[in-house]
Structures are given as structure tokens and as C-alpha cells.
Design a protein around this ligand. Structure first.
Ligand SMILES: *Cc1c(COP(=O)(O)O)cnc(C)c1O
Length: 231
């Protein structure tokens, strides 16, 4: 695991990248938040982030987060990986926000678990806006129906959309995925008359594209913490 000093240097370099990307498209860097992705790293990754003032971190798997969360306090944990509905109960207990809500079935399950827990769960709708056959996420065409159902569920609070660009493709296809997501957000927001401010898009390799397309939250693992250590 890298030291806190190394992490701080990486964070400074990341902020430079964000600053340059924002300058190139006239955005204010304060509009782009960083979600450090701590998956496949020990809990120290989350503690480094916290020490640097980044109080939310992203994890991919319920089980991995479950091991780390008791070893920290004051950190807000977000689920960014695919969630099976049989883990919905645990996810509701552990996470402050679930970014990977991609089906009506899962929405109903999360809502009922949140209701039992006396909690309103913050969520993002994950959309396969790059049409990657290997990716999770609702299809673009399914998104209106999914949002319509989520809005009926009183223990879920939908805050925006999330997407992962197609892997192993060029930055042009990442840009398309991100602009599709932004266009979809704009349309859903106006059709349903609901604010969907969060656009969670962009990772270590494509964050500049995502920022240019309007990202409000970049999810960054490798650039901050180095290669993932364990699986
Ligand atoms: C792992 C992961 C990231 C971070 O990816 P890096 O390329 O390491 O920055 C972001 N989002 C999701 C959904 C991930 O699974």
C-alpha cells in the first residue's frame, strides 16, 4: 500500500488534471468532485483519502466493503459495483449511496430494505450509455421506465446518473458514452420535472473526456492508489 505522502502527491496531480480539463472547457473545478475508489486496496486507502479531506469513497463489492467499514469511522461509503438483489439488505446497512441501481427489481428490493431500516437510501441510476455488451446498467431506452418506478419508491432518493465507458475502446467512444449520459439526464430531468444533478462518470483513464461532457463526480482508483493490490 502506498504511503500517505505518495497518495498526497497523486492527489495533487489529479487536481492538476482536473484543473486543466476544466480550463479547457470553461468549467469551474469546484463542480467536479473526486470519489476515491478503494477496491482491491486495504482500508488504509480510505483512511488516506479521509486524512486528505475526501470523506466519501467508492467500493465495488459488498463483501469487501463489509470488511473495511468497521475499521474506519466518519467515512461515507458508496457502492459503485453491480449489486445482486440478495445482497440488497447488506448494501442498505453499509452504504450511504448506491450508484449501481440498474433495474426495477433491484429498486423495489432496496426500497423495502431501506424502509425496514428506517432509512432513505440515496441512489444513482446506472445506465449503459456506451452500449457495452459486457457492462451492467440499464439500457438507455429502459431508463425512463426505471426512473418512473424509482420516483414512486419513498425510501429511495435518486440524485442522478452513473455510467462506465466501454472498456478497451478509444476515448472517442468514452466521450460518446458520457455525452449520451448527459443528454439522457437532461431529457429525464425535464420530462419528469425532477432534479438529477449528479453525473458520476470518468475514471483514471478517461476523466478529461468525462469532465468535458459535464461530469460532477469522477471515480478514481488507479491514479490515486496505484495498481490494485489484491483480488
Ligand atoms: C474500479 C472502478 C473505478 C476506478 O477505476 P480506475 O481506472 O482504477 O480509476 C471507477 N468506477 C468503477 C465502477 C469501478 O469499478
Amino acid at each position: 500500500m502506498i504511503s500517505f505522502d505518495e497518495f498526497s502527491q497523486n492527489l495533487n496531480r489529479l487536481k492538476e488534471r482536473i484543473g486543466l480539463a476544466c480550463a479547457s472547457c470553461g468549467r469551474n473545478p469546484d463542480e467536479v468532485r473526486i470519489l476515491p475508489v478503494t477496491k482491491n486496496h486495504p482500508v488504509d486507502a480510505a483512511l488516506h483519502a479521509q486524512k486528505a479531506g475526501l470523506l466519501s469513497v467508492g467500493e465495488n463489492r459488498v463483501q469487501e466493503a463489509e470488511g473495511k467499514i468497521p475499521l474506519s469511522s466518519g467515512i461515507s461509503w458508496e457502492l459503485i459495483g453491480h449489486l445482486q438483489s440478495n445482497k440488497a439488505k447488506k448494501a442498505v446497512m453499509l452504504f450511504d449511496r448506491v450508484q449501481s441501481l440498474d433495474s426495477i427489481h433491484l429498486a423495489v428490493k432496496l426500497n423495502s430494505e431501506a424502509e425496514k431500516a428506517g432509512k432513505v437510501l440515496r441512489v444513482l441510476m446506472q445506465v449503459n450509455s456506451g452500449r457495452d455488451p459486457a457492462k451492467f446498467g440499464a439500457e438507455i431506452e429502459e431508463a425512463p421506465k426505471l426512473l418512473e418506478e424509482i420516483l414512486k419508491l419513498s425510501n429511495l432518493k435518486v440524485e442522478g446518473l452513473m455510467a462506465i465507458a466501454p472498456l478497451d475502446e478509444d476515448l472517442a467512444s468514452a466521450s460518446r458514452a458520457f455525452s449520451n449520459l448527459r443528454n439522457l439526464r437532461d431529457k429525464l430531468s425535464s420530462d419528469f420535472d425532477v432534479a438529477l444533478p449528479e453525473l458520476s462518470m470518468g475514471m483514471s483513464g478517461d476523466l478529461e473526456c468525462a469532465i468535458k461532457e459535464g461530469s460532477t463526480l469522477i471515480r478514481v482508483g488507479t491514479f490515486l492508489f496505484g495498481e490494485r493490490i489484491y483480488v
